[in-house]
Design a protein. Structure first.
Length: 416
């Protein structure tokens, strides 16, 4: 099947008529609220316990910690070294996450949380994080079927926009300001338990990776070997990696932007993420309307427009203007992930989905710890405005590279 050709796509409403899909997505939505709360609470908690370590470096280390061990496991799955059912991976992540974050939350509330303990807890507690993210997508798209795949990816984007970037950050900012950031960690632990219940109730045990041919049981096919059959998708993964890498300094700069230039309290950080979420919610709601557009070209346009967001943020001097800029950024950015994954999954056989989707998720998300590790020193040296402007400028430079990599002549483009 051409990577851009797909059967008639079901609407969001049609996909949600399946109670299994609706139940899993509801659990994902509620869990996302807790995760969205710690997007705001974690930097605030870090600023309270960073000690003599520079603020930007401390935030970068804390933000990068959840990606380290989870990248190792996800790479093992994506390269075909490990085969675990997506349902089992998601359950394991929910259990471990709830236990770890409950412990960190209690330590934070009682004033006994230190920076090394926080980093260590995030390292261990998030070991299944990346594999679980791809597993959640695999389970949702499998339940929705081939004709519902685009809608399922879009609905996952809606969940992230609403819970992860609107409700969660606003609640996290309020909680961190009025009580303590540790309560947000407890909320994330509770959200993991809600998702655990949804998986157990609504996802049947029969959903598992299709068994490979006997020859592949001796030497499992890696996601990269499969991707090489689709060079445009493989090169797009490289572009996505750098797109995410160049985004990461923004996450370090935002809490410092709020505290220093905007002179606002921690709740303003929640409002900023909420503004991104409102824009992203609108953008995600429109994803299904974009299904007939050339998807590779659409992704390149998104990269170019998003690059303007951090550049504009570098020059804002008031919270209302920052909210408008970040909201427009969310509107532009939201379609990127569902369109990219639908493009990727449309050309895969059933027994290729887990390796490739997990490898793709790993290849794109592994940019996070690298970007955060580099972003801390970058913001520390260039300052908040300089770090934001450099993030946007480098992303703009990525656009012609993306055009050359993804839209090469002589390759069948399909709808791309």
């Amino acid at each position: 099947m051409s990577t851009m050709e797909a059967p008639a796509n079901l609407s969001y409403r049609e996909v949600l008529r399946d109670r299994r899909v609706a139940g899993l997505l509801l659990g994902d939505l509620l869990a996302g609220v807790g995760t969205g709360m710690i997007i705001v609470a974690m930097p605030i908690q870090t600023l309270a316990i960073h000690g003599s370590l520079p603020r930007a470096i401390a935030i970068g280390l804390v933000e990068a910690a959840p990606f380290v061990l989870s990248t190792v496991l996800a790479l093992a799955i994506g390269l075909g070294r490990v085969r675990l059912p997506p349902r089992l991976l998601l359950i394991a992540d929910c259990v471990l996450r709830s236990l770890t974050f409950a412990t960190l939350g209690l330590l934070g509330i009682t004033g006994r949380l230190t920076l090394p303990v926080l980093i260590g807890g995030l390292l261990v507690g998030a070991v299944f994080r990346m594999a679980a993210a791809s597993s959640r997508r695999l389970l949702a798209t499998e339940l929705a079927g081939e004709s519902g795949r685009f809608a399922a990816n879009g609905l996952l984007g809606l969940n992230s926009s609403f819970a992860l970037y609107i409700v969660g950050p606003v609640l996290g900012g309020v909680i961190a300001t009025t009580t303590a950031p540790g309560y947000a960690l407890l909320a994330d632990a509770a959200g993991a338990l809600v998702l655990l219940a949804a998986v157990i109730i609504f996802v049947p045990r029969s959903i598992r990776p299709p068994q490979p041919d006997p020859v592949d049981t001796v030497r499992p096919r890696s996601g990269w070997r499969i991707l090489r059959r689709r060079p445009a998708a493989a090169r797009l993964l490289v572009v996505v990696f750098f797109f995410n890498l160049l985004y990461m300094p923004i996450e370090i700069a935002l809490p410092l932007l709020v505290r220093d230039r905007l002179a606002a309290d921690p709740s303003a950080l929640g409002l900023l993420w909420g503004a991104l979420g409102v824009g992203a919610l609108i953008g995600a709601a429109l994803v299904n309307q974009l299904r007939r557009l050339p998807q590779r070209r659409l992704l390149i346009v998104i990269i170019a427009l998003w690059a303007l967001c951090p550049i504009a943020l570098a020059f804002v001097g008031s919270l209302p203007l920052a909210l408008v800029v970040f909201g427009l950024g969310g509107l532009v950015w939201a379609p990127f992930t569902p369109v990219a994954y639908s493009f990727l999954q449309s050309g895969l056989e059933p027994d290729e989905q887990q390796q490739v989707v997990t490898l793709w998720t790993t290849g794109s998300v592994v940019a996070a710890p690298l970007g955060l590790s580099l972003g801390g020193p970058l913001v520390e040296v260039a300052g908040v405005a300089g770090g934001l402007a450099l993030s946007g400028a480098l992303t703009l430079l990525l656009v012609p590279i993306a055009v050359l990599a993804v839209l090469r002549r002589g390759e069948p483009a399909g709808r791309g």
